[in-house]
Design a protein. Structure first.
Length: 486
């Protein structure tokens, strides 16, 4: 059985899959396909019967010279308005590639499918890089359905032929137990050669085996040498060495200056984890670094831009509370809080109340000078109090007080608060309606949305923990929703 008999690819409409093989196209089409590469379409809109005849015999005399891609693109564009099947289009795509002629369909997904089809053809004819590409698609479930056993089969075949990258991938699979049963001995077997050839990131994995004697004889010195060689060009290896030297262990002596040297190298290569650790050292004056809030904040922001969750969380708190020499900046703090909410990484109840207090102070002044009547009508705080009473969060449920607070919030010209109040008046139960109303009445102010989403997430986590048998599933004042999601 060949590759083409058991692999599937998405159809052109992206909703189905089908086996792709030579039998999908009739013999006349196969014989005459080469002549198609020198074919013209008489007009931009040929009659449908003409197209049907075209498919029966692509060598028909009514075809004039032009490019195959012109025909293919026309067929793809009109596939929704004539009986031409997507299966036939994909088969045509395969044969276009068999003649080594690219077809650009104008969007990346179809181009990726075309690349896949070309790789199928090349792999079928003994091209190892193409077979490796197919193995990767099978492993990731990208373009074709995920098939780990088949991916491992191809990787093993390629590794046996000396394909070092395939060997590296196979070694990492055995290291983690991904698609195979975890096995340190096999991991060491497949990682050794790529690690010696400095194929990243295998030196990091193989050095771990050497450090702990897993699947191979323990050899700390060899592991360090592999990492140092890899660190000449790999920021992951630089970060690993930084951690080893900064922390120290029974096998590796602590060496702060060496650790910071590697850490700074990784940070300069825009490695987010390194930027976060360097920022922490600069903000606190640790590991031999002089305290430098300005530079520490710069590196923390660079790390956050690299999508590092710890940096985003740290910035939200630093800018909210004004810690480590960083000035308070509520709006910038809320920017990072919004990112955290989008990642379902919610703050603790304590932090949420600090945001409410900071927002009230920014809008109405300090508690001693500001007009108390206005502060009492601070919309995010009203919703916070209303939801606390409605859900019985941290105290007994008080529906009457919840209705009163929802009504006050509705009077602040908030469509969301008004809609919530109406539903509560109707006797709604649960919290699903809150998510529905957020979509219907998205608040302009992020803090309002944050309060509602916090209680939705926290209440669901509480119910889940109760189902799992916890006696007290409510959030404490300092407990983070992020902990509940783990």
């Amino acid at each position: 059985m060949t590759l083409l008999h058991h692999l599937t690819i998405p159809l052109a409409n992206g909703t189905e899959t089908h086996p792709l093989s030579l039998e999908d196209v009739d013999p006349i089409t196969q014989r005459s396909f080469y002549s198609l590469t020198h074919a013209y379409i008489p007009s931009n809109s040929p009659p449908l019967p003409y197209v049907h005849a075209l498919l029966k015999d692509l060598g028909d005399s009514r075809i004039y010279h032009y490019s195959a891609s012109h025909l293919f693109n026309w067929l793809h564009h009109h596939s929704n308005t004539n009986p031409l099947t997507h299966r036939k289009i994909d088969s045509l795509s395969y044969f276009l590639y068999k003649e080594n002629r690219f077809v650009f369909l104008g969007d990346s997904s179809n181009l990726r499918i075309n690349t896949f089809v070309l790789s199928l053809y090349k792999a079928e004819n003994g091209d190892d890089p193409s077979l490796f590409y197919i193995a990767g698609r099978l492993f990731d479930g990208d373009i074709i359905p995920r098939d780990l056993p088949q991916a491992i089969h191809y990787l093993t075949y390629l590794a046996s032929k000396g394909h070092l990258i395939a060997s590296a991938c196979l070694g990492i699979c055995f290291f983690h137990g991904a698609g195979v049963e975890q096995n340190d001995a096999w991991a060491a077997y497949y990682l050794k050669k790529p690690a010696e050839e400095d194929i990243h990131p295998t030196p990091i994995f193989f050095s771990e085996l050497l450090f702990h004697g897993r699947g191979v004889e323990k050899n700390v010195e060899e592991g360090l040498n592999l990492l140092k060689k890899a660190a000449e060009s790999c920021e992951h290896a630089q970060m690993r060495l930084a951690n080893l030297f900064l922390k120290g262990s029974k096998d590796v002596d602590r060496n702060v200056s060496e650790g910071m040297r590697y850490l700074k190298c990784a940070a300069e290569k825009s490695f987010p984890a390194a930027q976060f650790l360097l920022a922490s050292c600069l903000l606190r004056g640790e590991n031999g670094e002089k305290k430098n809030p300005e530079e520490g904040l710069r590196y923390m922001k660079l790390s956050a831009e690299g999508n590092d969750l710890r940096s985003q969380h740290t910035l939200a708190i630093l800018l909210l509370e004004g810690k480590e020499g960083v000035k308070k900046n509520l709006q910038e703090s809320l920017h990072y809080a919004r990112i955290l909410f989008e990642k379902k990484s919610f703050p603790s109840l304590e932090i949420l109340t600090k945001y409410l207090a900071a927002d009230r102070e920014e809008k109405y002044g300090s508690s001693s000078n500001g007009p108390s009547s206005q502060k009492e009508r601070h919309l995010p705080t009203l919703l916070y109090h209303a939801l606390t009473c409605f859900l019985g969060w941290g105290k007994e449920r008080n529906l009457a007080e919840a209705k009163c607070s929802f009504q006050l919030a509705a009077q602040e010209k908030s469509a969301l608060a008004e809609a919530i109040f109406k539903r509560v008046e109707e006797g709604v139960e649960g919290i699903d309606f809150l998510e529905e109303l957020l979509k219907l009445y998205p608040p302009q102010e992020f803090l309002i949305e944050a309060v509602v989403r916090f209680f939705i997430a926290a209440h669901r986590c509480s119910l889940k923990r109760k189902d799992e048998g916890e006696e007290d599933a409510s959030l404490s004042s300092k407990r983070s929703c992020l902990e509940l999601f783990k």
